[in-house]
Design a binder for this molecule. Structure first.
Ligand code: NAP
Length: 409
């Protein structure tokens, strides 16, 4: 465990800023899980007595300090600050202060991360702490860690997805014959849509998430204000009738893809062929399809919103921050392996890494140019000594089946 994130009792201490829908669910999840290495030390909210009077106050720990002063929360001995206030200001300043004070930060704040993620990530790096935001896109669906840890061995060229559960709920009900205004009213009554639904139906919520995904998956910084959006409010029942005749349905689709030397990104209602996985998703579900040069399409799907689903992602990030875990990146591993092979004069021919393995046990294959078995055995002995290697690599020779094949290890 990172020394900075450890206190005398050996536990990471967590301060939650914002005891609303997600904050309450995070406290509930921490209580339910009873993680021995994590302690909820502080809860900050404005008018905190009102929060302490809620039945949900019972999810706080016996020793949890409740405070209405953000200075007290940020100045406490908490080692991880969990920002669940929402909005850009003052959340941005509070996260900056936490990072500068050497605390790791976990946030679910998509607008903040879309607009200011680069600056805040650099600040975290400069202070040797972590900024984790797995809950900022698709709530409880582990799309960000999935891409970061499971697909770093691929070159992702396209992201398409359903990034707003409210729009998916509205459009999938309209597909079944309901009217836009009625469905929106139901969504508001059920708490799926805000009283002002503009951010959802207008595409601005999905646009922020698309920008975050583009950064994570394609290492491209998109300015959210420059990503085109189209509202779903103009979609009518007749459009679904014609979509059906074309073998399609209609969904709010967020897309970003490499095109030529640049990027194309857009959020809006689209005709989606019925055979596409995007057409199969109903209700408030989120779905993200990544397209990689090597791995092809990978689909992430599940509940994108709601306190409990979002808390899963937040708590997973808290656990990662508490463990001080920074997954070793594939380029680092590759350079260490290349070094071991160079020592014995063997050359890498290709590298293969498929998504879907646990983040700290990335399995991958390296093939070499033809060389002696004894050479490979010496290289494997060197590789086995590397810190990033969890087990001795398995060396397999490739059977020569025709003249073109060479024996490689
Ligand atoms: N809800 C979801 O399904 C979901 C899903 C994914 C991501 N998120 C993200 O998670 C974050 C939290 O969302 P939420 O749904 O939990 O919001 P919420 O229910 O409105 O909770 C926000 C909490 O922060 C408090 N707060 C707001 N401004 C404050 C200030 N200036 N000073 C002190 N306290 C303040 C609020 O207090 P009051 O009670 O006094 O207003 C409230 O308790 C947002 O960034 C949101 O985008 C939410």
């Amino acid at each position: 465990m990172n020394e900075r994130e450890t206190k005398s009792n050996g536990k990471a201490r967590v301060a939650i800023l914002g005891y609303g829908t997600v904050g309450i669910s995070v406290a509930k999840a921490l209580q339910m899980l009873g993680l021995p290495s994590i302690e909820l030390s502080q809860i900050f909210n404005r008018d905190v007595a009102r929060k302490q009077a809620l039945p949900e106050a019972r999810f706080a720990g016996f020793d949890t300090v409740w405070t209405g002063s953000v200075d007290e929360a940020l100045g406490s001995d908490a080692t991880i600050v969990v920002e669940l206030i929402g909005g850009v200001d003052p959340a941005r300043d509070w996260i900056r202060r936490a990072l500068t004070a050497g605390k790791s930060v976990v946030t679910a704040n998509k607008q903040l991360i879309a607009y200011h993620g680069v600056e805040l990530l650099a600040l975290a790096e400069a202070n040797g702490v972590q900024l984790l935001y797995g809950a900022a896109v698709a709530g409880g669906v582990p799309v960000i860690p999935g891409i970061m840890q499971g697909q770093s061995g691929d070159r992702i060229t396209r992201i398409s997805g359903l990034l707003n559960g409210t729009c998916n709920y509205i459009l999938s009900r309209m597909e079944a014959g309901d009217r836009y205004a009625d469905v929106l009213a139901d969504a508001q009554r059920l708490g799926y849509a805000e009283s002002d639904p503009t951010a959802d139906v207008g595409g601005f919520d999905a646009r922020a998430k698309l920008c975050i995904l583009s950064r994570v998956a394609m290492h491209v910084e998109l300015n959210p204000d420059e990503v085109g959006t189209q509202t779903i409010a103009d979609v009518d029942a007749v459009d679904f009738a014609y979509a059906r005749e074309l073998g399609c349905t209609i969904r709010q689709v967020s897309r970003a893809q490499r095109e030529g030397g640049g990027m194309y990104a857009r959020v809006g209602p689209m005709l989606v062929p019925r055979e596409s996985p995007i057409a199969w998703s109903h209700g408030t579900q989120n779905m993200v399809v990544t397209t990689g040069t090597l791995g092809g399409d990978v689909v992430f799907s599940g509940h994108g919103a709601g306190g409990d689903a979002t808390a899963v992602a937040v708590v997973s990030d808290i656990v990662a921050a508490a463990q001080g875990s920074r997954p070793v990146s594939l380029p680092v591993i590759v350079s260490a392996i290349a070094g071991a092979l160079a020592q014995v004069d063997a050359n890498i021919d290709s590298l293969l890494q498929r998504p879907g393995y646990p983040k700290h046990r990335l399995a991958f294959v390296v093939t070499t140019e033809p060389c002696r078995t004894s050479t490979i055995e010496r290289a494997v002995t060197e590789m086995a000594k590397l810190d990033c290697m969890l087990a001795r690599p398995l060396a397999l020779q490739r059977l020569v089946v025709d003249d073109k094949d060479e024996e490689t290890a």
